[in-house]
Structures are given as C-alpha cells and as structure tokens.
Design a protein around this ligand. Structure first.
Ligand code: HSE
Length: 308
C-alpha cells in the first residue's frame, strides 16, 4: 500500500454499559469492520465499495460519507477521499455498526493528512455520522471506537471525553438475536423525564462502575451494572432478555445488560474461560426458545481504530 492509501480495523463498541446511557462506552477487539481509504484528486468523499450489508452508498446518506465530509470541510484539503467499506458488524445489532464506519473513516483520513486533528476533534466529526444514523449526535460509541478502551462523555457541551482504565482480565460476551432494532426507534420509546429516586440509583452505579474499572475491582464492576431507567423499557423489545441475563450471571458473569440500543445483550466476565462459558449459557437460552443468533467473546480493545 502506498502512502495515499490506508486499511483500518474499526472496532465494534458497547454503548451505555447498563447505567451510563449516552455517556459510557467500550471498544471490543474480536468484532469490527474493515475499511480502505485512499486520497483522490477530486474534492469530496466517494464510497466506492460497500460489502457485507445493504446500506446506502451515496455520500450524504452514508455515515462514513457524512463523518468524512465533516472532517474534509475543516481540513482545507484540496482533494478528496475514496472509501471501501467491508462490514462485519450488522446494522441495527446494537454494537456500534454506524460508529465503526464513521470512526474508521475519520481516523483513516486524519492519518492520510498527517494527523492535523486531535482524537477529540475526530470524535466530533464522527458524531455527524451518528446524527445521520439515529437522529442524535451521541458520542458513546464513537468515543471508545476512537480513543479505545472505556470512555466517559463527561459533557456534550463542550464535548469532554474521559478515557477510563480497562482492567486487564475483563472480557465481554455479546449475543445478538437476529432481529434489527433501529437506534432511532428504540430512542423514541424512552421517557424524557426520570424520577429523583431512579436518578440516585443510576448515578450511584455510574460512579461505582468507573471506580470499579480504575480499581480493577471486578465485584464492584459487576454490582454497578444496573440500569433503572432505560433497560426496563427497552428490554421489552429483546427476546428472552431476562433469561439470557440471568443464565449469564449463573455461569459466572460479573453482570451485563443491553448493548447500546439493543437487541444485543452483553455480559462482562473476569477471564476468557468464564466469558466462553457465559457465551454457551446465553446461546443455550436462545437455542431453547428458538432464536437465531450470533455470539462474540472479546477482550477489551484499548487502542480503538487501528491500521491493518
Ligand atoms: N446511547 C445510544 C442509545 C447508543 O442507547 O440510544 C446507541 O448505540
């Protein structure tokens, strides 16, 4: 590959992580898309290939195109970029499919331009892709995809992203029942007000989870994985949600919940051996009730988007 072309891995991500709706996320290692991005003399972004999913290739309708244009407009670059997208993450699966494409595009373009932009600026560009995908420019998938590891969006205005320590032995198991839930639809069903009582429980857990991650206190991580606000509403859309989560826990998972806006369900475990057992237990529930599914076991990706 010449210096005008780059191939990248764009990680899947788990957003929300139960208690942190729109603010917490983590990047995965075992699942992700691939992209090839190259400089072209013509101005603008051209999606020249899109394999693996049926998604629009028009620049203004494609999340990588929109995120890429946001960067290009700020860059002063006279030419443009051509993007090939090889989707491995299913759209609407709840593990950051749109974020992988948006983040991969802006990260690769920044590399090819000699890194004029900071990672925080790349998050801002990638958020334009999220806005196209879900109607809301949420950063809880694109921030971990670009920074790697766990991230906290402390504030959206101004954007303030805090990278969070990833415990070395932490593994994620993610099961995807083969139905598609659009983030825009699963946001519409949420209530816009919460009670003080639920707020108190929720921010206790957010603080507990972050402390648990920094202290590598696996038990604290586990007991902080509770969502009193969003999960009770969204879990209704997910087949066998309660059984999958409780079987995961019985097999040794620290805890879990809905991955992003669903329908995928995630569980965290200490060590790969337990994470594999958890995968079997989760699959057992879906085999029993007859739900087609994919399952992934992954360690935490502390790097984010990377060159291949
Ligand atoms: N925080 C977003 C939501 C993530 O739950 O709607 C979408 O992946």
């Amino acid at each position: 590959m010449d210096k005008n072309e780059i191939k990248v891995f764009c990680p899947a991500t788990i957003a929300n992580i139960s208690c942190g709706f729109d603010v917490l996320g983590v990047a995965l290692d075992g699942v992700g898309d691939e992209m090839v991005v190259r400089k072209i003399p013509e101005k603008g972004i051209k999606i020249s290939k899109l394999e693996g999913q049926d998604l629009p290739m028009e620049t203004h309708l494609n999340v990588a195109g929109v995120a890429g244009m946001a960067l290009l407009e700020q860059s002063g670059h006279s030419g443009g970029f051509e993007i090939e997208i090889y989707k491995k993450i299913k759209a609407g699966s709840g593990i950051g499919s749109s974020a992988a494409s948006s983040s991969g595009a802006v990260w690769a373009m920044n590399e090819l331009l000699g890194n004029p932009f900071s990672t925080l600026q790349l998050v801002q560009f990638a958020m334009a892709g999220e806005k196209l995908a879900s109607g809301v420019a949420h950063a809880d998938n694109v921030a971990p995809a670009l920074f790697g590891g766990f991230t906290l969006v402390r504030s959206y205005g101004p954007l303030d992203i805090i990278p969070i320590h990833s415990p070395a032995e932490l593994y994620a198991t993610v099961i995807h029942p083969q139905i598609e839930v659009k983030t825009s639809d699963s946001r519409k069903i949420l209530k816009t007000n919460i009670s003080l009582k639920d707020g108190i429980k929720q921010w206790g857990n957010v603080g507990g989870l972050i402390a648990g991650l920094f202290m590598e206190d696996y038990a604290l991580i586990g007991r902080s994985l509770q969502d009193h606000i969003v999960e009770p509403i969204r879990s209704i859309l997910i087949p066998g949600f309660d059984a999958v989560r409780s079987e995961a826990q019985k097999s040794g998972a620290l805890g879990g919940g809905i991955s992003g806006s669903g329908p995928s369900i995630f569980a965290f475990s200490r060590g790969k051996e337990i994470a594999d057992k958890v995968a079997n237990a989760m699959e057992g529930v879906y085999r029993h009730i007859g739900v087609a599914h994919d399952v992934h076991v992954s360690k935490i990706n502390t790097e984010g988007v990377r060159r291949l």
